[in-house]
Design a binder for this molecule. Structure first.
Ligand code: HEC
Length: 125
């Protein structure tokens, strides 16, 4: 009887994780992924913060030069980032930006990140 109870318990606890499996991409978790992996280079420029002391974060600085104010240099303020563009840049890198591997940001986390960075865009934009 005790054995049967134990077996039952194992079944119940073992089944639990699959019940909370895949959900829709979450821009909330995307923000956490962004803060960990992207903000050190793409964060908002603040005095006395940033990699070189003077608030010059490499990603934000490079995009300020690239777009010359036509679009915000801070990625989180952009409303024209396409999902496919974000995925390609994150997985393949671009100029000064390194590749990010699946062992660092999983495919599910990348989708959360995409949801976060496109939250200001028109649907799917
Ligand atoms: C080591 C610094 C660094 C990190 C970390 C980094 N980036 Fe970048 N990123 C850059 C630089 C520098 C550029 C500009 C490249 C260029 O000159 O076009 C860039 C460009 C981009 C662009 C292209 C924007 C455009 O309009 O051209 C996207 C999108 C982007 N990064 C997303 C991300 C995301 C998402 C992350 C986090 C997973 C991330 N980056 C992490 C440095 C970084």
């Amino acid at each position: 009887m005790r054995r049967a109870m134990l077996f039952l318990l194992l079944c119940v606890t073992g089944a639990a994780p699959s019940a909370v499996a895949q959900t829709a991409p979450s821009d909330k978790n995307g923000k956490a992924v962004f803060d960990k992996w992207c903000a050190p280079c793409h964060g908002a420029v603040a005095p006395a913060r940033g990699m070189f002391g003077g608030g010059a974060l490499p990603g934000t600085a490079a995009l300020a030069v690239k777009y010359k104010g036509r679009v915000p240099a801070v990625l989180e303020e952009r409303s024209n980032l396409a999902p496919g563009f974000i995925r390609t840049v994150v997985r393949n890198g671009v100029f000064g930006m390194p590749i990010t591997r699946k062992t660092e940001i999983s495919d599910a986390e990348l989708e959360d990140l995409v949801a976060y960075l496109t939250r200001k865009s028109a649907r799917g934009g």
